[in-house]
Design a protein around this ligand. Structure first.
Ligand code: AMP
Ligand code: MG
Length: 404
């Protein structure tokens, strides 16, 4: 049995960066940039007004009245020069005309016949966004490895880009194993259970940015397992669930070896998810997750997700940890570190957590009621009031008396 960090290290040493591909800008959210991006122009392209108001030349003002010579909406350009001592009505974003160096917001003037009266004194240069102040022409703005989020998409769009080069998404083949399984929608007869793992894992793959392909169920015999695994090898990554323990019908490991593959490790010192194997067939990673749904999900979370993210060029592959106060005792009486499922919430700026209840690895409700994992070392009790690290597996949490 190896420990969690050792297992992750082995997985990551067999994880390689995927090639780049070109995608439409909107398809790139959440992926990692594979090219350098220089700004093709200044942003803003010219000095422009930061306010709806009046533009004028500050030093030419005498007294509080200014005649208004014209009106300049955003998108238009004033071709002349604003006469000294006059103002031009200007809208936010409109290019500052020649003869002006200052904008006074509409709220700070009184509009009178043929002009305006300044209600307060303004400073020269006020409310003008300078040419290139955000990004200068030819600036190196993004390097390969940059995570593309909505703000990067906004910046790339403002460069006029419609396509970007990104590291591509892995295609992930998903195989369930077991004579007892039926697919959702099929008739459930005595002795059978519904294959939930494939759907759960496919959703985890999608959430990590991969492209899942559900290949169906391998029945509990060598031939069926071999046939479906053979099909799966056209994908970039293979994930199986079940059939990897010590039962008479657990063929996955044997078949991987029969097919010329290698098992890099089997059995991790953790709960749930001990009987997890990781192998390769011709460098193709194969994650043989345990059959119990929670064990499969946790195994994915700890080992598959970081690997998929690394393939896609991500360097930040960890979930965020928060320091949370236990609101009830949480005990691990067992001999293995236990990844307990908990619910984390924030109240008045502090994180609190409670257990999701019975932690049986077949009880998927222990996941549905929670949003975080806490690693409780073997034979350890967390007391009510203790502060522990919880890794959040959801993007959003419930916040009471928040910070905004
Ligand atoms: P195994 O390791 O194949 O013996 O599976 C361990 C437990 O997980 C058994 O109770 C299986 O019925 C259950 N299991 C295996 N595969 C799935 C699946 N795809 N969906 C739901 N439960 C499963
Ligand atoms: Mg089985």
């Amino acid at each position: 049995m190896i420990d969690i960090n050792e297992a992750l290290h082995i997985v990551l040493t067999h994880t390689t960066l995927f090639p780049a591909t070109k995608l439409h800008l909107l398809e790139s959210n959440g992926l990692v940039l594979a090219e350098e991006v220089h700004s093709p122009w200044d942003i803003p392209a010219a000095d422009n007004s930061a306010m709806d108001g009046y533009a004028y030349f500050h030093n030419s003002v005498q007294g509080e009245f200014l005649p208004v010579c014209d009106f300049l909406p955003a998108g238009n350009v004033f071709t002349g020069t604003v006469p000294a001592g006059s103002a031009i009505k200007i809208m936010t974003g409109a290019q500052i005309p020649l003869g002006c160096d200052t904008v006074v917001p509409i709220e700070d003037v009184q509009e009178v016949t043929d002009g305006i009266k300044l209600k307060s004194t303004s400073k020269p240069g006020m409310h003008i966004r300078k040419r290139g102040e955000d990004v200068g022409s030819d600036d190196l703005v993004f390097i390969p490895g940059t995570l593309i989020r909505p703000q990067e998409i906004g910046m790339l769009a403002s460069f006029g880009k419609t396509e970007v080069s990104v590291y591509r998404r892995p295609v992930v083949a998903i195989i369930a194993t077991g004579d007892e399984l039926v697919e959702p929608g099929e008739k459930l007869t005595p002795g059978k259970i519904v294959n939930c793992n494939s759907y759960c894992i496919a959703s985890q793959v999608k959430a990590a940015g991969g492209m899942p392909i559900i290949l169906g169920i391998a029945r509990d015999n060598r031939e069926a397992t071999r046939e479906i695994l053979q099909n799966a090898l056209s994908a970039d990554v293979v994930i199986t669930s079940g059939g990897v323990s010590v039962g008479d019908h657990d063929f996955v490991k044997e078949v991987i070896i029969e097919m010329g593959g290698e098992i890099k490790f089997w059995k991790i010192n953790m709960k749930p998810g001990k009987p997890l194997a990781f192998g390769v067939i011709s460098d193709k990673p194969i994650f043989a997750l345990p059959g119990n749904p929670v064990a499969a999900m946790v195994g994915f979370e700890l080992f598959v997700r970081p690997s998929l993210l690394t393939m896609m060029g991500h360097t930040r592959v960890n979930r965020p940890f928060v320091s949370a106060i236990a609101t009830e005792p949480i005990c691990n009486d067992g001999k293995r570190p236990h990844l307990m499922r908990v619910l984390v919430e924030q109240v008045s700026g502090k994180y609190y957590l409670k257990s999701t209840g019975n932690q049986g690895s077949a009880r998927i409700s222990s996941m549905t009621h929670g949003n975080a994992l806490v690693l409780v070392p073997s034979e350890t009790a967390i007391n009510s009031g203790d502060t522990v690290n919880a890794s959040l597996i959801d993007n959003c949490i419930y916040v009471q008396n928040g910070c905004y």
